[in-house]
Design a protein around this ligand. Structure first.
Ligand code: CDP
Length: 258
């Protein structure tokens, strides 16, 4: 969020510049299991965001001092590709923003992955933003949740992310980059839909309690559609796997009855 003297007009006749109503999310699609060498993976396109998520592990936690004999440790790296936006991302490795986003996403997955099942091991979650247009941490978590699910690592729920925010007095959800830049508030959230628990909430700008509640209601409604996208991507993957095995399975002729 930033304020500027020459703030662009973001709302025209109650609609946003891309034609959306305040509670609409951008068109999104998710594909599960897109990388052969990862334990689990997913690709998401959400508006102009294009993000790959990959999961490796569980494997022995290394270096040793990072391991926990009681449970798996989650490691997360969120990164924007050098070509992902007009801003410079190529020169140095992790920056303050990507370190922060990696940390908060790691905490999301610590709360849903059943880590006690894998003592002494580590689970690595990688989120690579190929193209960024606002809301990449929310979209990244949404894809990473599908990637973890495809890896078979058990979770208590399939979390999803979406941002809520404020443009003037109007409460909106799923802000794109220009809205994010010139909004009065941008609040990325991650929700565990089964329990309704909030797993991530960061706030840039100010919103009152009432405004947040209104945004949360809009997010929960949109969340049903996001969860459906995640679940459909997972189901599609299993249908494809079962088709593959059906075709490859040796034909079986039952022994003749005596
Ligand atoms: O992506 P998200 O909304 O979670 O994070 P943000 O820090 O609020 O950034 C908003 C958007 O600005 C990102 O999605 C990127 O498109 C862009 N951005 C960027 O390209 N480079 C940065 N160093 C920071 C932001």
């Amino acid at each position: 969020m930033s304020s500027s003297q020459d703030k662009p007009v973001l709302i025209v006749d109650g609609k946003r510049l891309d034609g959306r109503m305040p509670g609409d999310i951008r068109p999104a699609k998710i594909e599960a299991n897109v990388l052969k060498n990862a334990a689990g993976s997913a690709y998401i396109e959400w508006g102009n965001n294009k993000i790959l998520a990959a999961v490796y592990g569980p494997s022995e936690a290394l270096p040793k001092h990072t391991s926990n004999p009681e449970r798996a440790v989650i490691k997360c790296r969120y990164q924007m590709a050098p070509f992902s936006s007009l801003e410079e991302h190529g020169r140095s490795g992790p920056n303050r923003r990507s370190i922060e986003i990696s940390k908060v996403i790691k905490e999301v997955f610590e709360n849903v992955i059943i880590t006690e099942n894998f003592p002494g091991s580590e689970i690595n979650i990688f989120i690579e933003v190929l193209q960024g247009d606002g809301g990449t941490r929310a979209a990244g978590v949404t894809a990473a949740a599908v990637a973890v699910a495809t890896s078979g690592i058990p979770m208590t729920d399939l979390p999803y992310g979406v941002s809520i925010g404020k443009i003037g007095d109007l409460i909106v959800i799923d802000l794109n980059k220009i809205e994010d830049n010139y909004s009065d508030a941008d609040v990325p959230i991650v929700i565990s839909p089964r329990t309704g628990k909030i797993l991530l909430l960061q706030m840039d700008g100010d919103m009152t309690r009432e405004e947040i509640n209104k945004g949360m209601e809009m997010a929960a409604k949109a969340g049903e559609a996001i969860t459906k996208l995640q679940v459909d991507a997972l189901k599609k993957q299993y249908i494809e796997i079962s088709k593959k095995y059906k075709n490859e399975a040796p034909s079986f002729t039952p022994p003749a009855q005596k």
